[in-house]
Design a protein around this ligand. Structure first.
Ligand code: ADP
Ligand code: MG
Length: 474
């Protein structure tokens, strides 16, 4: 997906305020009613409607009037919120070229103030109707507060927590830098995905290292579940780095052995196809799992210690509950491969930017945000929106109960929808009307949920802890 961060620089404080209001509203509304956005944002004189028009123009929100007048964030809107937060935190200062497109993510180079180049992964669950999620549709139908943004955020948190914990235990993974919403920032791996490597100086050594990693992970109680040539990077010295962790499961998972065997088999197949001479390959065909004679490590004979990383994972804010939650959706990564090779499976889905892998800093777009505020003011602003949300006393209601058939299409629509409303004269008219109505109402009485109305209430500390709870839930 194209990520044009140029617009980010020109967005005002009010733009972000309303964008955040839509995000808050999406906690309990799939489509957030326009009036609710207005009440949460709490801008004076109907300012919200004017801002919404601007957000629509930039495709940061999507307008939906099928049931009532409402808005939802697009992935681009969610990207902007995450990027702005990370820029304000000082994690990076510029966004560069796209370096990878995964099954469910986009990866970009970003640069820090001092010019260090890092990798930013934006999770996009639901973009591809991958089978594991599809098979969980029944579950989705009965879930009240599900949405794709929430799942992407959970996937990012899981990835960040695992990357950090694995790094601390000496696994060759990118260094986890920070995480916000659906976005993970990590060190840039200076190498190429194994799938792009045509020749190795020491194929046997690399193979041993990679198989050793699967075994070592299991000893630490973990199975990668998507361990293949797309998720292993090799540098010029043939050093291996493993990436992509949102689908990892514990060795105590009921399908653990199958996942482990599948990971091992992927590597055996890939190496035998690409790096073993034609004559030798035949010997590898038709082998059974767990047969030591065939060189496959046996899952059952590995000494495993489940729960080994639990403490580290919890330290990153990734709880057992989060793990259970996300497993319901992306359990085990892709569905078991029915005989097809990993190349066939993934070639269409996963590709990497063809350009050479040299670090390019020149094309970075520096993010001098229009509302250059002191770092903390962003949080204050978000907090204020939170306050408004709270004082709106939003009930947990679900407007559009998804249908088993409709949900996937709907979610895939997040970004692809043509109907961004920007050219819709009817919508503009309606927004203007609403705006006028809001201005009139504001003249007559104080906005229902203005900042001041909150201040009058007092009891800030208990309110704040409530805010914190909400924030950590989202
Ligand atoms: P997905 O979960 O969507 O498969 P990945 O994490 O596997 O996403 O990343 C997709 C591609 O992006 C990788 O194959 C790789 O080429 C590139 N990539 C991901 N992380 C990094 C990184 N830290 N440094 C350099 N390239 C990366
Ligand atoms: Mg991947």
């Amino acid at each position: 997906m194209k990520l044009d961060v140029d617009a980010l620089r020109y967005l005002s404080k009010d733009d972000f305020r309303v964008l955040t209001a839509v995000e808050m509203g999406m906690r309990n509304h799939e489509i957030v009613p326009a009036e609710l956005v207005e009440r949460i944002a709490g801008l004076r004189h109907g300012g919200t409607y004017k801002v919404l028009r601007n957000l629509l123009k930039h495709k940061l929100v999507h307008h939906d009037s099928s049931k009532y007048d409402g808005f939802r964030l697009t992935y681009l809107g969610y990207d902007f919120l995450a990027i702005k937060t990370l820029v304000n935190r000082g994690v990076f200062a510029a966004v560069g070229r796209e370096i990878g497109v995964g099954k469910e993510s986009d990866i970009f180079e970003v640069a820090t103030e001092d010019g260090t180049v890092l990798a930013m992964k934006l999770h996009r669950l639901g973009r591809v109707s991958f089978r594991a999620v599809k098979s969980k549709r029944d579950y989705l139908v009965h879930r009240s507060n599900y949405n794709w943004l929430y799942l992407s955020r959970l996937a990012a948190l899981k990835e960040y927590a695992f990357m950090k914990a694995l790094g601390e235990h000496g696994f060759p993974v990118p260094a986890a830098v920070d995480c916000n919403r659906h976005c993970v920032v990590m060190s840039l791996v200076k190498g190429y995905p194994l799938v792009q490597i045509k020749q190795l100086q020491n194929p046997d050594e690399v193979f041993e290292t990679i198989i050793g990693l699967v075994v070592h992970l299991a000893e630490h109680g973990l199975i990668h579940c998507d361990f293949n040539e797309f998720n292993l990077m090799i540098d010029d010295d043939e050093k291996v780095t493993m990436i992509d962790f949102p689908q990892m499961v514990s060795v105590s998972h009921r399908n653990a052995k199958m996942y482990f065997d599948r990971d091992v088999e992927c590597i055996f197949k890939f190496f035998s196809k690409r790096f073993v001479a034609e004559g030798d390959r035949d010997e590898e065909d038709g082998v059974e799992y767990d047969s030591e004679e065939n060189g496959r490590p046996s899952f059952l004979s590995i000494e495993k210690s489940a729960g080994f990383l639990d403490k580290e994972l919890a330290a990153s804010g990734f709880t057992k509950r989060d793990q259970d939650e996300i497993e319901k959706f992306i359990e085990g990564g892709p569905e078991p491969k029915d005989g097809s090779s990993s190349d066939d499976e993934s070639s269409g889905k996963e590709q990497t930017a063809d350009e050479d892998n040299e670090t390019v800093t020149t094309k970075m777009v520096a993010l001098q945000l229009a509302d250059q505020q002191v770092k903390s003011s962003c949080c204050n602003d978000e907090e204020r929106v939170e306050e408004n949300l709270d004082s709106c006393n939003v009930k947990v209601v679900r407007e559009n109960e998804p249908t088993a058939s409709g949900e996937q299409e709907d979610s895939n629509d997040l970004d692809n929808s043509d109907d961004d409303g920007s050219g819709d004269a009817e919508l503009v008219k309606r927004l203007n009307k609403q705006r006028k109505r809001a201005v009139a109402a504001a003249r007559g009485r104080r906005a229902l949920a203005s900042r001041n109305s909150y201040k009058d209430k007092g009891g800030k500390s208990s309110h704040n802890s409530k805010i914190q709870k909400q924030v950590s839930k989202w």
